[in-house]
Design a protein around this ligand. Sequence first.
Ligand SMILES: [Zn+2]
Length: 143
Amino acid sequence: MYYLICALLSGGVLTAICVPLFRRDNSLESAIIEETEWDLLLRKKEILLGNIQDLDFEFKCGKLSDADYKQVRAEMTSDVAVVLEHIDKLEKSLDLDTLIRRETDARKGDTKSKNQTFCGSCGAKNPPSNKFCSECGTQLNRS
Ligand SMILES: [Zn+2]
């Protein structure tokens, strides 16, 4: 008897742990992709800013002519501006897009697994949000 209870309990605990883990997989994957894209942009920004610092230093040391310095620095500045713009866009879009994607993914999962809620009493099909059958009022059992 004790063994049976333990088996039931651990089974329930396992499902409780595994189901959310399984569901989180998709959003976790996209989060990782977004983070690497984000990391790449940040690294690019660091490199470009470093290059500008080097350029400034070289100019101060007299290794570059005024015209060369101005031209190269303008090019580098526009590169940084592009990267900063990307970062800005990603920063603004990241939260909302990630949230929306997570929401829609969760909904897709819901409609697949839970949309088919049939009444145990009369067999009527009910939307997953219903706690009671819309036909006969019987409480709906959902696993
Ligand atoms: Zn019913």
